[in-house]
Design a binder for this molecule. Structure first.
Ligand code: PHE
Length: 345
């Protein structure tokens, strides 16, 4: 009886194992046949009623059936796991022979990186960065810079007016007046002011109604023209090469006295004359001068106590010279093919 029962259980188990379609179902089969409350345990429990001859025979068979079912389950388990792995590999298949996809990375805009380079240099010289508004009061753009309402030099910079008293700043020099005011007559003031400026110009290869400037201002006791010359020499060598020389030519700005224009020896031909310097050996870079006493006075500094220098340069011009860029509009039209060429930092 028990023997037949065992053989029948074996058949059932084999069938159940065969039709188990997943690890969960297989686990259920394991519990059903081999678990503590399963039929084989039942058979073993009933063995006490058997005769002495029958007992070892049934006992042995029960063990064999149990082992066999366990082995079959293990076999099936390995089989199911292999199939699962295969499915996973199939669904996650990658073609390692495909060429890689290049990640597109941006780079700094050339103007931004020129400005940063100038800022870094001057920060190293003890200057700090100052900014001012692009929509400016007439007072700061002109009057505080020694350009009263009827001054003819106002025509040097055609302006976009918003009202009679408010305009788009035509240069970064108003930041000089703002910064001096903030210091309330006490030096030193040592700042670099980069930013956008606006002029009523018709756009062409060398003119733009909007462009950038970097202003410099140093006001302290005993600041002299020779200090300006020294700083500008350091700047020229840093931006255009260690063997650059500079020269200062007399010029005019209402807010500086004396006013100068700075040239650098041509970095292309070294001063012999070429098409970059138009045969002169020199390239004009920026305007500068000693801060006019009226400017100091109007912004709360005593000109008998303080002197200073200021300069203003155009990062577009620096970039155009350095890289032979012929059209200023390239900076503003966001043509990625242009911008990509200048991955400087
Ligand atoms: N603001 C002047 C310009 O735009 C440049 C300048 C700045 C000149 C500071 C002298 C001192 O042309």
């Amino acid at each position: 009886m028990l023997k037949e029962k065992l053989l029948e259980l074996r058949e059932q188990a084999i069938e159940n194992i065969g039709s188990a379609d997943g690890l969960k179902a297989l686990q259920d089969v394991h519990v059903r046949f081999l678990g503590k409350k399963g039929p084989i345990t039942e058979v073993l429990k009933g063995m006490g009623k058997l005769s002495a001859e029958e007992r070892p025979v049934v006992g042995q068979l029960a063990n064999e059936v149990r082992k066999m079912i366990a082995a079959k389950i293990e076999e099936k388990k390995a089989d199911l796991e292999a199939k699962l792995l295969e499915m996973k590999l199939e669904s996650e298949k990658i073609d390692v022979t495909l060429p890689g996809r290049k990640t597109v990375t941006g780079n700094h805009h050339l103007l931004g990186s020129i400005i940063r380079e100038v800022e870094d240099l001057f920060i190293g010289l003890g200057f700090s960065i100052e900014e001012g508004p692009e929509v400016e009061q007439d007072y700061y753009n002109f009057e505080a810079l020694n350009l009263p309402k009827d001054h003819p030099a106002r025509d040097m910079q055609d302006s976009f007016y918003i009202t009679d008293e408010i305009l788009m700043r035509t240069h970064t020099s108003p930041v000089q007046a703002h910064t001096l005011e903030k210091h309330k007559g006490v030096g030193p003031v040592k700042v670099i002011c980069p930013g956008k400026v606006y002029r009523r110009d018709n756009d062409d290869a060398t003119h733009s109604h909007q462009f950038m400037q970097i202003e410099g201002l140093y006001v302290d006791h005993n600041v002299r023209l020779s200090d300006l010359k020294g700083i500008l020499t350091v700047f020229a060598k840093h931006m255009f090469g260690a063997d650059r020389e500079i020269r200062l030519r007399p010029s005019f700005f209402p807010f500086t006295e004396p006013s100068v224009e700075m040239d650098i020896s041509c970095f292309r031909c070294g001063g012999h004359g070429c098409n970059v310097c138009k045969g002169t050996g020199w390239i004009e870079i920026l305007g500068a001068g000693m801060v006019h006493p009226n400017v100091l006075r109007m912004s709360g500094f005593d000109p008998s106590e303080y002197t200073g220098f200021a300069f203003g340069m155009g990062p577009e011009r620096i970039a155009m010279l350095k890289y032979g860029i012929e059209d200023i509009r390239n900076f503003y039209t966001d043509d990625i093919r242009f911008l990509k060429q200048f991955n400087r930092a």
